[in-house]
Design a binder for this molecule. Sequence first.
Ligand code: ADP
Ligand code: MG
Length: 355
Amino acid sequence: MQRRKSWRAGEIFLMASTALLAALLAGCGSQPHDLKPFEFIQPKMGTGFRIVIYAPAEGIAKRAADAAFARVDQLNATLSDYNPSSELSRLSLMTEQGPMTAPVNVGDDLWNVLVRSREASEQSHGAFDITVGPFVKLWRRSREMNALPTPERIEKTRASVGYDGLKLFPDRHSVQLLKSHMRLDVGGIAKGYTAMQCMAVIRGFGLTHAMVGAAGDLTVGDPPPGKAYWRVAVQDLAHPQGWPAAYVKLRNSSISTSGDTERFIIIDGVRYSHVIDPHTGLGLRRRIGVTVLSPDGTTSDWLTKPASVLGPEAGLALIDATPGAAGRVVIIDEDGTVKTYESKRWREFVVSGRD
Ligand code: ADP
Ligand code: MG
């Protein structure tokens, strides 16, 4: 998971306004009368986590939000690739001396994320690849050095990438990594999983009218009292600071956006996104933004990556083939032309900005 070095107060607003989080808080009134919105924001996982809970009183809302934030900390301690002692990092480090010779047991969260990641890798034929970590490491190095890796370096690194090197043993929840210097990277799926887990924690307090946002990954529960849905703004890739490109209606559902508006590097005048094409080993050069919604936040998060890597046709076909999912892809050509593509079900979710 990526972590920014420092967190700035203004970032929340930036994230909130550009990355989907304009879910409306208005709309109390009817059933049940006594629920009021309470908002909680904390820097977590290198971004701002924002939780909104409708509750009868602040005390219970705060207890639920604190428990949800504690769950984020727990997941970060398990899944962060920046923290060398996380369970994920310790697993990757077992390949430093060569392929693992025997499987090791992992905890439930890591197991769940790896199972979903492996499915995502298979369904996307490796456009989403949970083992892309060594290439992500090269990308971060390029950012520091302001230079691309040499072709030789990319080829050498390729030997450590490929989800066929991740073997899962369901009977004992154990994992074996079959290549040297592997590095699992759950940055493309873990925030969606985490937002869903937070919502489950909040529901455990009997509070169902809530939302959890982690920058580009948002999960909502029941809508605000008196409303039929949460209205969520979708960022305009071409004008990230401007008006949203669209509004969608969501309830008990999730939405994720992945684009290069916030995280990219420019080397020799060429822009490379933080989304990596596992075939080239480099960040994507085309300017593409993908938004996916789904009843499941883990799904909406990972599904944005194949669409980014493979492009609109193949990406939207994968989204259409996923039950309950819908998506939108925006491409900005080199001459500045903006092209928009929508999945078959996307329009079912679009609402006006004035409702
Ligand atoms: P965020 O939710 O943090 O904004 P994204 O959902 O856009 O991030 O996912 C980008 C992250 O996914 C990258 O920082 C990297 O960790 C990981 N990643 C990049 N390319 C791939 C890929 N092809 N397959 C799987 N994960 C990827
Ligand atoms: Mg994401």
